[in-house]
Design a protein. Structure first.
Length: 111
């Protein structure tokens, strides 16, 4: 699996966090805010080659989740290799030019 983060600035950032655990075919996401935390797992095991539709024609999420925000931005399987892009919440950068995380594709190691 390859994964990457897509920055999503929060104009009224109140410390919400999304943390991720990646495996070969799943992404476990935990959303945490002042009210507590919720965890949901996205399983791409049965995803066939091609790009997954994230939103339907009405702009609603086509992926079921218990989280208050849809963390999956993009998912594709190409010759069996899974690529997933997820959002990374952060404060507005206010003039900063570098994110405190990489925007490059990361390769999940088998170990």
């Amino acid at each position: 699996m390859k994964y990457k983060y897509i920055p999503k600035p929060q104009p009224h950032y109140k410390g919400e966090e999304l943390t991720y655990e990646f495996t070969k075919d799943t992404v476990e996401v935990t959303y945490k805010d002042e009210g507590g935390k919720i965890t949901d797992t996205f399983d791409f095991t049965d995803l066939e080659d091609g790009i997954l539709e994230i939103y339907d024609e009405n702009g609603d999420s086509a992926i079921d989740t218990d989280l208050p925000i849809q963390p999956i931005c993009y998912a594709e399987k190409n010759d069996g290799e899974l690529l997933v892009a997820v959002i990374k919440l952060h404060e507005k950068m206010r003039g900063k030019t570098e994110y405190p995380f990489t925007l490059d594709w990361q390769v999940l190691s088998d170990g």
